[in-house]
Design a binder for this molecule. Structure first.
Ligand SMILES: [Fe+2]
Length: 291
């Protein structure tokens, strides 16, 4: 039920009259009272005035945004939240509970545009590396390229770019692109069910140089260059170097991580079914996030 409204300010009635929503009080009273008996004239004047005051209250309340429970005009002019939320544009941009300072939606839109712009630059860079490797991809594959930063927000150091050609319940085929010195974080692919003993994967280098690390004798002088803050989450250091045409197969549930050399690298991955959500990373800060 709509709240009953009354005019909060004298000028509401005047404004209503000026806008033609109600006639001018004085003129209407004079028009309503014909000349003749003074007593009768006075009575009619009172009656007309009462009628006009009642009408003014009614129309003024309709014209004014004030509510009976609001103390003054400043409060009355305040935008009510439900009115803001009813805008179809704002509804699409502002999730429920977002503060009024974000209501315009502009910061979100700008951020989203910047992210799109950044993502496009990253995809273009990766696509150029694929081209260098002689690998042809379709526009759709380029558009759907996964940009993986593991939720660390440090893509240049910890991350990779992935094109998934096929991933079904029997096999999976991907291209992995690594920018110079970019690293795929240490992880393993555990048993998922009785039928799925974990992902087995073969890496074949197509371009550049890849330093792959697995359990075994640690390299005395590993080629990978790792920032100190990530070193504690890299626990296997047996080094395998892959150059174009080299490949290596990992058994399920084997810890591994890899880094591209100074030129970057393109690696084809052939594997059993890929279920990213089941991968286990050594770094507890990692979330498997794609853009
Ligand atoms: Fe893997």
């Amino acid at each position: 039920m709509m709240p009953f409204r009354i005019p909060c300010h004298e000028s509401d009635a005047r404004t209503a009259a000026r806008l033609g929503m109600i006639p001018n009080i004085k003129n209407l009273a004079e028009a309503a009272v014909p000349s003749g008996n003074p007593a009768r004239k006075t009575g009619k004047k009172r009656l007309a005035a009462m009628f006009l005051i009642t009408g003014t209250i009614f129309l003024g309340s309709w014209a004014s945004p004030c509510r009976a429970d609001e103390p003054g005009r400043g409060a009355a002019r305040r935008r009510e939240p439900e009115a803001v939320g009813s805008s179809p544009v704002i509804k699409n941009l502002v999730p429920a509970g977002i503060g009024a300072e974000r209501i315009s939606g502009k910061p979100e839109k700008r951020r989203s545009e910047m992210e799109k712009f950044q993502a496009e630059k990253i995809r273009a860079r990766a696509a150029a590396m694929l081209e260098k490797a002689g690998i042809v991809i379709t526009p759709l594959e380029r558009e759907s390229m996964e940009i993986v930063d593991f939720g660390l927000g440090d893509l240049e150091t910890m991350g990779l770019e992935i094109i998934v050609y096929e991933n079904n319940d029997r096999y999976c085929a991907k291209e992995l692109v690594l920018f110079p010195r970019q690293t795929c974080a240490e992880h393993r692919h555990p048993r998922v069910s009785d039928q799925n003993i974990g992902k087995q994967e073969t890496f074949r280098c197509r371009f550049g140089e890849v330093y792959l690390y697995v359990p075994g004798e640690p390299a005395a002088e590993p080629r990978a260059v790792v920032p100190e803050k990530y070193r504690k989450y890299l626990t296997v250091w047996h080094e395998i170097i892959l150059r174009p045409g080299d490949q290596y197969t990992l058994a399920p549930n084997t810890l591994h991580w890899f880094q591209a050399g100074d030129q970057g690298a393109v690696v084809s991955e052939f594997s059993s079914t890929s279920t990213d959500e089941n991968d286990i990373f050594t770094d507890p800060n990692i979330r498997r996030v794609n853009y």
